[in-house]
Design a binder for this molecule. Structure first.
Ligand code: GTP
Ligand code: MG
Length: 288
């Protein structure tokens, strides 16, 4: 599939990554946060380098945005590698207890190690690390049980590093979303764009909307993707199947009905409808 070129590495992320590299040695625990719709594309290729000698918890957020069946199938997939993710919905607070429990276990084991070496215990330092907009700040607010950091529907909300002292012996660091400087894997880059996990400046909306239609055609047969072309066709009153090889034309026809013929606005509407879950709980990546 031809994919529109997507590249995004804004200044604030470059700066944040530099600052992170200065504090990361002092961090004891990395709470890695991924997006349930694209749990592979939101895995950072440099993570293994960062987690050496640290505890690691894998949190997959936005669990409410995929089907329960797909979530179960992902668990079976991760289990093959002995990985047991904690699935969360930071909006509703689901999975937060599990993160706290797991962080506490890390704290106790770090305390034990320090005491055995004759060192005093101190609060452990935990960093939430992940791509932009996956819900890191929303999770922190849930863990702290009050609004301590800014969280909003746009990639690049958190701009600076910010320590939050919890009263359970854990200091939590909120950081801006981090992405690789070069989005070498353009298939993943497209997924990030579709899920709004990178800024809109990174791509052309119309080409990405066309790529979205091609993607749902490709994934439709996989049950885990949970796509109903019929429902989407009904929603816009334009048959997707009839326009199978002509996503451009589908957008044109839908634009006539919904955006006074404005293709760009229609493309944007389609993407926003997906992101706002108006098209169902669609997974853009599936366990294989
Ligand atoms: N449906 C759903 N929405 C979520 C979930 N978690 C966060 N959100 C929403 O996603 C948006 C982004 O959340 P943030 O907490 O700002 O994300 P972030 O990872 O801190 O983003 P940056 O600071 O830009 O890196 C907000 O509008 C949240 O309300 C979730 O589990 N489910
Ligand atoms: Mg944030």
């Amino acid at each position: 599939m031809e994919i529109p070129k997507i590249q995004w590495y804004p200044g604030h992320i470059a700066k944040a990554e530099k600052k992170l590299s200065q504090v990361i040695n002092r961090v004891d625990l990395i709470i890695e946060v991924r997006d349930a719709r694209i749990p592979l594309s939101t895995g950072h290729p440099h993570l293994n380098k960062w987690i050496t000698n640290k505890k690691h918890i894998l949190v997959i957020n936005r669990a409410d945005m995929i089907s329960a069946e797909t979530l179960t199938n992902w668990n079976a997939w991760f289990k093959k590698d002995n990985i047991y993710p904690i699935w969360c919905d930071a909006k509703k607070g689901k999975g937060i207890q599990e993160i706290c429990k797991s962080a506490k276990e890390s704290r106790l084991s770090i305390d034990k190690r320090r005491l055995s070496r004759g060192m005093k215990v101190r609060p452990i330092r935990a960093l939430t690390l992940g791509f932009p907009n996956v819900g890191k700040s929303a999770l922190i607010n849930r863990i702290a049980n009050k609004k301590v950091v800014e969280s909003a529907k746009k990639a690049g909300i958190t701009r600076n590093l910010r320590w939050i002292r919890l009263n359970n012996g854990i200091d939590l660091l909120d950081a801006p979303g981090i992405i690789p400087p070069n989005l070498e894997d353009q298939k993943s880059a497209l997924n990030l764009a579709l899920c709004d996990d990178i800024g809109e400046a990174a791509y052309d909306t119309e080409s990405v909307a066309i790529a979205f239609i091609k993607t749902i055609f490709r994934l439709e047969e996989d049950k885990n993707a949970n796509i109903s072309l019929q429902k989407i066709s009904e929603r816009y009153g334009v048959d997707l199947l009839k326009n199978f090889n002509r996503p451009h034309e589908w957008i044109d026809l839908a634009a006539l009905k919904h955006t006074s013929g404005d293709r760009r606005r229609m493309a944007h509407k389609l993407l926003e409808d997906y992101r706002n879950q108006m098209l169902g709980k669609i997974s853009l990546e599936v366990p294989i």
